[in-house]
Design a protein. Structure first.
Ligand SMILES: Cc1cc2nc3c(=O)[nH]c(=O)nc-3n(C[C@H](O)[C@H](O)[C@H](O)COP(=O)(O)OP(=O)(O)OC[C@H]3O[C@@H](n4cnc5c(N)ncnc54)[C@H](O)[C@@H]3O)c2cc1C
Length: 247
C-alpha cells in the first residue's frame, strides 16, 4: 500500500498530556516504518460528505511498530483539533495517510553529531520522536532540547523528558517559561532571544544540527538567531505548526 493512500486506523488509547493536549495512539492496518520528524495527514468526513484534513507529527519512534502516536493540542475554535479533543475515544476509527516528509527528519545512524532541538508548545512533538528514536538507538551524541512553554502545566511529556535528562548525561533539557515559571525556578523565564541562544550554543563542542518546530514567531526567532550566531544555514531545519500562537 502506498503511503499516500488513506487507511482507517483504530484508536487504541487516548492519553491526557496537559489540560489542552492529548496523545492518540492509533493502530494502523498498513503500518509503515517512518523517520523521526515525519507526519501523517488526518482526514475527518462529516455525514454530509464535508471533509477537513490536517497534518500531525508522529510522536512515537520508528522502533514502535504497528502503531503511531499523535499528540494534539486543542486550538481555540479549531475544527479538527476540537473534534479530536472532545469527541474521539478508544475504539473509534480515523482516516490517515503517511508517513509524509523528508526534510525535517533525523536518523540516529546517519546524523550522529551534536543535536540542538528547539520547540515551542506542541512543536515538541516531532522532536520527541527524535529523542525517543535517539534513546532507542543508544546514540551518545550531545543533545539539547530547548523547550519554550507558557506555564508549567503546558509542558508536554514533562515526566519522560525529566527522566531522560536524569539518566542520560549526554542529553540536556532546558525549559523556558514565558508567562509563569514554577515556584523557585532558577532557569530561563523569557522568550528565545540572542543571549539565550548564545548560551545554549556554548554547550556544544562544534556547531550542532538544529531542528526548530513550533509557532511561526518562535521558529523565525530561533532560526534567525542561530544563523546570526554562525550556525550554517544547511544545519538549521524548521517546521511551522500554526499562524499565530505565541508560547
Ligand atoms: C507538518 C505539520 C505538523 C503538525 N503537527 C502537529 C502536531 O503534532 N500537533 C498539533 O497539535 N498540531 C500539529 N500541526 C498543526 C495542525 O495541522 C493544525 O493546524 C492544528 O491542529 C489546528 O487545526 P484545527 O482544525 O483545530 O484549527 P483550524 O480550524 O484550522 O483553525 C482555527 C483557528 O486557529 C488558528 N490556528 C490554526 N492552527 C493553529 C496553531 N497551531 N496555533 C494557533 N492557532 C492556530 C487558525 O488560524 C484559526 O483562526 C501540524 C502542522 C503541520 C503543518
Amino acid at each position: 500500500m502506498s503511503r499516500l493512500e488513506w487507511q482507517v486506523a483504530t484508536v487504541e488509547a487516548v492519553l491526557p498530556e496537559t489540560p489542552r493536549v492529548k496523545t492518540f495512539v492509533l493502530r494502523l492496518p498498513h503500518w509503515q516504518p517512518h523517520r523521526a520528524g515525519q507526519h501523517y495527514t488526518l482526514r475527518l468526513t462529516a455525514p454530509d460528505g464535508y471533509q477537513a484534513q490536517r497534518s500531525y507529527s508522529i510522536a512515537s519512534p520508528p522502533e514502535q511498530t504497528g502503531q503511531i502516536a499523535l499528540t494534539i493540542e486543542l486550538i481555540e475554535e479549531g475544527e479538527v483539533s476540537g473534534y479530536l479533543f472532545e469527541g474521539v475515544q478508544a475504539g473509534d476509527q480515523l482516516e490517515v495517510r503517511g508517513p509524509i516528509g523528508g526534510y525535517f527528519v533525523w536518523e540516529a545512524t546517519r546524523q550522529a553529531g551534536p543535536l540542538l532541538l528547539v520547540a515551542g508548545g506542541s512543536g515538541v512533538v516531532p522532536l520527541m520522536a527524535m529523542l525517543r528514536h535517539r534513546q532507542q538507538a543508544s546514540v551518545p551524541n550531545p543533545t539539547v532540547l530547548l523547550y519554550s512553554v507558557r506555564t508549567p502545566e503546558d509542558v508536554i511529556y514533562g515526566q519522560e523528558l525529566q527522566a531522560m535528562a536524569a539518566t542520560d548525561s549526554t542529553f540536556t533539557l532546558l525549559l523556558t517559561f514565558t508567562r509563569q515559571a514554577p515556584t523557585g525556578w532558577t532557569g530561563y523565564q523569557r522568550r528565545l532571544d540572542a543571549a539565550l541562544l548564545t548560551e545554549v550554543l556554548r554547550r556544544f563542542p562544534t556547531s550542532p544540527q538544529c531542528f526548530i518546530c513550533g509557532p511561526n514567531g518562535l521558529v523565525e526567532a530561533a532560526a534567525t538567531g542561530l544563523a546570526a550566531q554562525g550556525v550554517p544555514p544547511e544545519n538549521i531545519r524548521t517546521e511551522r505548526f500554526g499562524p499565530s500562537s505565541n508560547p
